[in-house]
Design a protein around this ligand. Structure first.
Ligand code: SF4
Ligand code: SF4
Ligand code: SF4
Length: 260
């Protein structure tokens, strides 16, 4: 399985990766809007470089989770994890419900508000390119090799080698190695990257694994609700049956009343 390793200590914030992504995926230009996302991601910008204190630059993109919450939340199967590592989507299936946006722990998918029929958009790990044996455009464009592409196992070894060789340079952790069950986009950094999850530690269990028991309970909840509603309906009809019958007025009676 393929992956990306981003070493933020090597990133100079040039944003060549952002430009390369826009070109490779023929993303339409951004339009002026009243609001701006703080991280720079949008339906038309699938990667961004977030500047942190002390000139730390962190490239943000979809993490391509090994067990993606977005895919498990999608009711029509528009998102799926491929064997190559990319989490891709089929916009012809997407019905625009935005469940994937609510489910993603990293806040990645964005809605294309500027289209009359909007869909969700996000980084697809340059799936077309990696199927042809090419690296993602962003990794190819990076002049400092701050973001590199390869086999996930090899990149994990490389990340641990750097941590071992330079323990003072890094925060001592490979982000994405086991977080939410592991991701195909890994980070090493001298900064704390929990800002990418608004300060939340996500833990190692997959999000779909955590919600599975609740989701399995949903059909039973519906059955219980249906039984309750049927009971209420029976009580109401029974009460209506027991009410004294008031004879219906004949049309000529109504006419008489109007003449009075
Ligand atoms: S980071 Fe979010 S959008 Fe990307 S694969 Fe994981 S859950 Fe899906
Ligand atoms: S992997 Fe491809 S789609 Fe994803 S950010 Fe890089 S260039 Fe863009
Ligand atoms: S191209 Fe490389 S160095 Fe430049 S902003 Fe992107 S990740 Fe950083």
């Amino acid at each position: 399985m393929k992956a990306i390793l981003t070493d933020t200590t090597l990133c100079i914030g040039c944003r060549d990766c952002v430009v390369a992504c826009r070109q490779a995926n023929t993303l339409e230009p951004e339009v002026p809007r009243r609001w701006e996302t703080r991280d720079g991601l949008s339906a038309r910008n699938w990667t961004s470089v977030v500047e942190r204190p002390n000139h730390v630059y962190v490239r943000k993109q979809c993490r391509h989770c090994l067990d993606p919450a977005c895919a498990s939340a999608c009711p029509v199967g528009a998102l799926r994890k491929t064997s190559e590592g990319a989490v891709i989507y089929d916009s012809s299936k997407c019905m625009g419900c935005r469940y994937c946006m609510m489910a993603c722990p990293y806040g990645i998918p964005r809605y294309d508000w500027d289209r009359p029929v909007p869909y969700v958009r996000k980084c697809i790990l340059c799936y077309g390119r990696i199927k042809q044996g090419k690296p993602p455009a962003c990794t190819e464009a990076c002049p400092t090799k701050a973001t590199i592409f390869g086999d996930r196992d090899t990149l994990l070894q490389e990340a641990h080698r750097r941590l071992h060789d330079n323990p003072k340079r890094y925060a001592g952790k490979v982000w994405g190695e086991s977080e939410v069950g592991g991701t195909s986009v890994l980070y090493i950094s001298d900064a704390n990257l929990t800002f990418l999850t608004r300060g939340r530690e996500l833990g190692d269990n997959t999000i779909p694994g955590r919600t599975a028991s609740a989701m399995h309970a949903v059909p039973f909840a519906f059955v219980g609700m249906a039984a309750t509603m049927s009971g209420i309906s029976w009580i109401i009809s029974r009460r209506m049956d027991l009410q004294p019958k008031i004879p219906k007025e004949k049309p000529e009676d109504q006419k008489d009343k109007r003449d009075e």
